[in-house]
Structure formats: C-alpha cells, structure tokens
Design a protein around this ligand. Sequence first.
Ligand code: PMP
Length: 456
Amino acid sequence: MSSTDTTTPSETKLTSAEVVQITKDTNYGTWRYQKGWNPLHIVDAEGCYITDGNGKKYLDFSSQLMCMNLGHKNPAVIASIAKQAEELAYAMPGYATTTRAELSKLLLEVLPKGLNKFFFTTSGTDANEAAFKIARMYTGKTKIIARYRSYHGSTSGSIAATGDPRRWAMEPRGKGPGIIFAPEVNCYKCPIKHTYPTCGIACVDYLEHMIRNESDVAAVIVEPIVGTNGILVPPSEYMPRLRKICDEYGVLMIADEVMAGWGRCGTWFAMDLWGVTPDILTTAKGITSAYVPLGLCATTEKIGDFFQDHYFSHGHTYEAHPMTLAPAVATIKEMQRLGLVERAKELEPFVEEKLQALKAKHRSIGDVRGKGLFWAVDLVKNRETKEPFNTYVDKVSGKPLVVDQIAGKLAADGVMIQAWVSHIVIAPPLIVTKEELEKGIDALDRHLSIADELCV
Ligand code: PMP
C-alpha cells in the first residue's frame, strides 16, 4: 500500500477465497461438524436467483431455509427498510409506533380469525419460547406435549421441545422441565405401524391418552405441516380432532407456523387448510420474507385478557423493533398485491404432477408429499421396506449423506436445493414461474440416478 493510499486493510476488497477462509476461521458453522465446512460465498440475489463469488447463478429452490417467499430484491420491502431507518430506527418496546399499529392491523386481516394479541420477537425460536411462557403463565401448568420429528428452535425451551435428535446434544443437562413427546403424524411411515384411513388417526388418540394420563399439562405444540423433518402433512381430520381434545381437557393448542406459514402451503397459514384456530400461533421467516429478522407469537383475546390482571412477565429489548416491523408491513402488502398465496395454491397441482412423474421414473423415491409450494421427495433404499438411505443418527455423527451428494450435483447444475437426512425439499420463492419449477425439477430428475443406483 502506498503512503497516499487512504484505504485501510479492512476496506480492501476481499477475494472470494479470503471471504470463505475468514468466515471458516472465525465463525461457527451451525448444526454440523466444523471440519469440512466450506461455505459458498454469496454476493448477489434477485427474484428466484442467487449469484456466488465466481459469478455463477443458481435457481433458489429452497427460498433460503423456506424464508424468501417474495424472492430477493423486492423494491417495496427494500424501500420500507430505508424509510423506517430514516424516520425512527428504534424505540423502546413500551412505546406505540405507527409501524407497530399498521402491522398489527394487517395481521388481524391475515392470521386465522381469533388471534388478535401479539408479541413480536426476532426469531422463530424466541416466538416459541414466548409461547411456552405465556401458556404456562396462563394455565398455571407446566407440561408441554411436543411430537417426535418436530423442530421448534435452538434455545433451551425450544430445543427441549424439539422432537428430532438435535435435542440430544443438550440432554440430560438441557432437558426441559415438563416436556413430553407424542408420536409424530406420518402416514407414509407411521411410527405406530397403522395405515390411514383404517387407523382412525390413532396417533391423535394416543395424544389424548397422554393428556388423560398426565397431570399439569399446559399445552400441545405442533407444526401443522412438519417442515424440516419431512413436510409431513396430517390427514384432514387430525387438526380439528386435536382442537376438540385440547378444548375438552383445557389444554392450549400451539401451532408453530415458523416454516409452514405465510402462503407456503397455499393458504395464509397452514392451520387455514383445516379452518382451525390455535390458542397460540408462532411464526417468523416469511413474515418479512427474511429481509429482516422478525418473529411473532400471536394469542387469542381470551389469553390476552388474562394478562389484564396478571403480570406479563416477558420481554426483549428488541421486541417490536421498528426496523423489523416495517418490512413485515411491506411484505404482507406485497403478498396481497401479487396474490402470492393464491399463486402457491394454483401451482400446487402442477408441482404434484411433476413430482409424481418423477416418482414413477425413479425407484429411489418412496413418497412425494406436500401442499402449495412446500414439498418433500422422500428417498428410500427399497420401496417395500421404506428403509431410508440415511437416518438422523448418520447426520449427527457427521456421516456423508446421499441427499447431500444429490444437492451437490444440483448446485453444480445451477439449482440450490434443501436436502435433509433422507429427503429433498422443493420450496422455491412464491414468485416462481412454471418454467422455473420445471427447470428445477428437471435438474433433480437428472441427478436422482445417484440414489437409484444405491437401491437394493
Ligand atoms: N420452528 C420451526 C417449525 C422452524 O422451522 C424453525 C426454523 N427452521 C424454528 C421454529 C426456529 O426458528 P429460528 O431459526 O428463526 O429461530
């Protein structure tokens, strides 16, 4: 550097290789062994496309963890962030702000009817932590019934309620007080070996059996359509039945719509698929299309009223942060203007048909299932036994996974896809076109031979 050069070393443009190296050296790669972490350098994104440090463009078939429902570079959302920063970057949560009132009014329009008291957080995890505390304060009870094959977040309460093996790292010392697990709903691989519909949805009967045989149950938490653990869609009777059971025993129903909400399933919220209103709904991700971190814990008025005369013992410095609320207002308005919820619903049969055709062609596909623009391609070694190529135990022990090999090939082919243990998720931004859907699914078609060849 010459003596007249005014750039400091930290202002010098880093090469892609340097960006990756510094990130690896100084950051944790999450939910993985640190060894072998080689993050892709992302430099730009627009609509359904992402560009890496080498100028390679990818079709984003995962919406980046099922977040970017509006796609990248939405001008209205970007403008809302700039405007809010200029007007009022922050005010303590005890104050009312115009943005807060505007968002609350919009939420009343789009949330399942009856949810009208809001607590704004900064992630899905802390929305669920709030839900647990609210449920416990309101009912005066402790236990939360969660289900296996669920994910509810990464901090102590929410990881304790997570029914997949990511919880194991925290046990026994992180075992949540009073969290108990019910079997998941999974009609493709029923954990209690029943077959729908002759089972009469025995899994929900089992949940009732648990409530009857336990004392001190405050709430049941469910992902209405299980996200990470396999896009598990319950039979249509499940949620209405669970609603009845919760009412009968005075147990609160918490719907975790962090991933399934915001049009992903072809309705504003997954619970709308069955016309069921939970007592508490939690969400995040699509609420701002992830332009800014925001979470929400919404409750019924009845729960809200309880706290008129009871101390609401909860809060965060960054709760209802104006910078997080403004892009949510813009996101909801954009979703309404572009008709994205309807669009996800309209595209559902097209995706289903394409994926069923893929299943007919590839013997490694055991099942395809989903709603709206939220689908799983479930891979098996053998269709008869339904044995997966890998299990969660393989994942947490760092074993290479077949789905990761497929995702790697797809990335080389210009399609970014979310692969998880033994299934591949199809969840592009809701602005995706039929041509883009076709392009991504055709790319998957080209690389499924990796799994087909391993079938037994
Ligand atoms: N619940 C569900 C259903 C989720 O999918 C997630 C995140 N994938 C969370 C909770 C946690 O949200 P966050 O990562 O924003 O804390």
